[in-house]
Write a protein that binds this ligand. Structure first.
Ligand SMILES: Nc1nc2c(c(=O)[nH]1)N[C@H]1C(S)=C(S)[C@@H](COP(=O)(O)OP(=O)(O)OC[C@H]3O[C@@H](n4cnc5c(N)ncnc54)[C@H](O)[C@@H]3O)O[C@H]1N2
Ligand code: MOO
Ligand SMILES: [Mg+2]
Length: 424
């Protein structure tokens, strides 16, 4: 008689995993290689930005008080005493009725408190000297990029755990970070189990299928910010699997296997956990796909037994592996980001388990709509290609109708969420 498995609600399964204390390591990488890595320290402004008052326009820097009488019927004349390109420092102070020609980005000369745009002045020469006249009053502070207007020294700009995007790179460059302290990419061991599996490059044969889970998980790990160490395919043979898994556990702290976790004659992972004397946290989750997802602990190591069925494997990774990776990457929002959308189709069938439909999003009449990206079956691959979200359909006695508001989990988002699971 088969041992009866107790399905755990998703939030309990997630909580059990998140209770495990994981270590976090850091490393220093060149700024240019830091894209998509996770910051391992808060970034604070180590100086004001800009660190001097500067001109936002090509024009003339002068004293606003001297323009008091300038108006359309009355032009006021200024002598141009020097010309300032960006990067230059003025040699002269701007005195009464004097102006310095100035370019965008140049340090404002002493004495000047406003800049007038080149287009608004008339320039001319008189007695071998340069002059300008203006017919418009300026106020002190007009057209100046003030010191510290972008960032003040000491401001907290980017928090630890933030993914480094091109904007963050610009911030880091501004403050002189030619090297950045980032979280080390977690290394995750990976085996695909199944005697039926062919390598991707192999020709099809009767009863055999190509191994799509391993490359998929490698890509999911990369998307989450980790690296997968792929140990290869294993036949459904307990001795071979046990030896290979035991060896891999000497090298990695997180080990994923796919396949062999259900109740079939060749589903050997439960016996392997027993032999390893690993503590099985759960072996059934009240969700579909991925109900057979099994997670076990061996000291501080985590063993993930993801389903062999591709859609179940995919969902199991996103719900249970990704948040651990993101936690190791210092993220305070390690889970998939949760938002709301309207259903575009009916789901008339009630389900005893929460369903996570692989879906895509669109905007219609200003509203976010979600619809399945393919067949909603645990064994399918094709719906994964178009999946941008997981549509959450909580378990219960009723189905769902087109137009119902539902929660969705975003698969390709940089924000994440703190705790998406409440009672499911
Ligand atoms: N009597 C029962 N049968 C099944 C149950 C159950 O509760 N009672 N659960 C079903 C559910 S739900 C799922 S999901 C699957 C889980 O199966 P396993 O995790 O044990 O995985 P396998 O049996 O090894 O393979 C399942 C399926 O996936 C294909 N597969 C496996 N590995 C790969 C891979 N690397 N790439 C692509 N496809 C792969 C494999 O050929 C099988 O078709 O069990 C149900 N059965
Ligand atoms: O683990 Mo299964 O995916 O619920 O279909
Ligand atoms: Mg099986």
């Amino acid at each position: 008689m088969l041992e009866k498995r107790k399905p755990l609600p998703i939030y309990e399964a997630v909580a059990k995993i998140m209770d495990i204390k994981v270590d976090r390591e850091t490393e220093i990488v060149p700024l240019k290689e830091s894209i998509n890595r996770f910051l391992a320290e808060d970034i604070k402004a180590n100086h004001d930005v800009p660190h001097f008052n500067r001109s936002p326009y090509d024009g003339f820097a002068l004293r606003a008080e001297d323009t008091r009488l300038a108006e359309s019927g009355n032009s006021v004349e200024f002598e141009v005493i020097e010309s300032l390109a960006a990067g230059m420092v003025a040699e002269k102070e701007v005195g009464p009725f004097q102006a310095a020609r100035i370019m965008t980005g140049a340090l404002l000369p002493e004495g000047a408190d406003t800049v007038i745009m080149l287009e608004l002045v008339k320039t001319y020469e008189k007695n071998n000297k340069d002059y300008l006249s203006i017919k418009r009053k300026q106020n002190s502070g007009d057209n100046i990029s003030f010191q510290g207007e972008d960032a003040k020294k000491g401001d907290l700009l980017v928090k630890k755990g933030t993914i480094i995007n091109p904007g963050v790179i610009a911030v880091l460059a501004t403050f002189g970070y030619h090297e950045v302290k980032v979280a080390k990419k977690p290394m995750i061991g990976l085996f695909a189990t199944g005697t039926e599996l062919l390598e991707v490059s192999e020709e099809l044969a009767p009863g055999k299928i190509r191994n799509s889970n391993a490359p998929m998980i490698e890509a999911q790990a990369a998307r989450a910010g980790a690296e997968a160490k792929y140990y290869g395919q294993l036949p459904d043979d307990i001795e071979i699997c046990y030896a290979a898994i035991k060896q891999a556990l000497t090298e990695v702290d997180i080990l994923i296997t796919t396949g062999g976790v259900s109740v079939g004659d060749y589903d050997i992972m439960p016996d392997i956990y027993k032999r390893l004397e690993a503590d099985v946290l759960f072996n059934k989750v009240a969700m579909r796909p991925g109900s057979v997802t099994t997670v076990a602990r061996l000291n501080h190591k985590i063993l993930y037994g993801l389903s062999g069925n591709p859609s179940a494997c995919y969902v199991g990774f996103e719900l249970f592996v990704r948040p651990v990776i993101r936690t190791k990457l210092f993220s305070e929002k390690p889970h998939l980001r949760k938002e709301k959308a309207w259903l575009k189709v009916d789901f008339p069938k009630a389900n005893p388990f929460t369903r996570l439909i692989r879906g895509s999003l669109s905007f219609e009449e200003g509203r976010l709509r979600a619809e399945p990206s393919g067949l909603d079956k645990s064994s399918v691959v094709m719906s994964l290609a178009g999946a941008g979200v997981l549509i959450i359909l909580p378990s219960g006695t009723r189905g769902y109708q087109k137009g119902d508001e539902v929660e969705i989990l975003l698969l390709e988002d940089f924000e994440g969420s703190k705790a998406p699971w409440e009672n499911q």
